[in-house]
Design a protein around this ligand. Structure first.
Ligand SMILES: [Zn+2]
Length: 255
């Protein structure tokens, strides 16, 4: 299983190289730590996303009064039906996210405050989750860290490579204060724009690359591509200006 215990040296080197190119294209500082990542097993990864509040149709019923207060219910429901789509999602789906340290600290504080005394299983899982959160917190070198679910198959590994590149671009932009707090989809569009630029090979315009990337990243929220096209249109509209100037103008308008 060692084969699957990381993203692979070649992938890491490739992502670092691409981040450097994007940083130099934008004229922003680059650091090797922007591509630092930590792997944790899929179930605990999804429990972090659960407590963080990542939207998911099967998790909506745990939102009220709060995900934390429904933690024991979630664990009981998962234990009841190990064939449910939610159980399968939480145990077998691969995913990743560039988390800020503040978010992980908040998730940990919420997790610590959860009363699991009503369920031995929930208590045991909470113990493991808190240990994992400790490990994740120790890995932070900057404000952001890429946290990914441990891949368990070559398919997972393929998909983790794409997730890893996507999240590393987020870290590069976030660490350089190029982050939209309000117009959240502008972040995703910009990351998707750079993914298209670097993942789609061949001579063609960016609009075509974004269309082709959409086929490569099946299941991705269509809005990511919609906003990548918005960025492409903006960069074309101000083709005389460096991209960083265009991003700063957009931050003024939508940040
Ligand atoms: Zn993203």
């Amino acid at each position: 299983m060692d084969l699957f215990k990381g993203v692979g040296l070649l992938t890491e080197r490739w992502v670092k190289g691409k981040l450097k190119v994007i940083a130099s294209e934008l004229g922003i500082p680059y650091s090797g730590k922007f591509s630092k990542y930590v792997l944790i097993d899929k179930f605990h990864y999804h429990l972090i996303e659960y407590l963080y509040g990542v939207p998911h149709p099967d998790l909506a019923k745990y939102d009220s009064p709060s995900r934390a207060l429904n933690f024991v219910n979630l664990i009981k429901d998962l234990d009841k039906d190990k064939k449910s789509p939610l159980y399968i999602y939480m145990h077998y789906h691969t995913s990743g996210n560039a988390f800020s340290k503040r978010v992980i600290e908040k998730v940990k504080a919420e997790a610590e405050a959860i009363d699991t005394s009503a369920s031995l299983l929930a208590e045991k899982i909470m113990g493991q989750l808190l240990l994992q959160l400790e490990i994740v917190l120790k890995e932070f070198d900057g404000d952001y860290l890429i946290v990914m679910a441990t891949p368990e198959s070559s398919l997972d590994k393929e998909s983790n490579k794409k997730i890893y590149f996507h999240e590393a671009i987020h870290v590069l932009l976030n660490e350089n204060d190029l982050h939209f707090d309000k117009g959240w989809y502008y972040n995703e569009g910009l990351v998707t724009y750079f993914q298209a630029e670097h993942l789609v090979k061949g001579e063609m315009d960016m609009a075509e690359k974004i269309r082709l990337l959409r086929g490569m990243l099946e299941g991705q929220d269509p809005k990511y591509f919609e906003y990548a096209h918005v960025w492409d249109a903006e960069f074309n509209k101000y083709s005389g200006k460096p991209k960083i100037e265009v991003i700063k103008m957009m931050l003024q308008a939508h940040g």
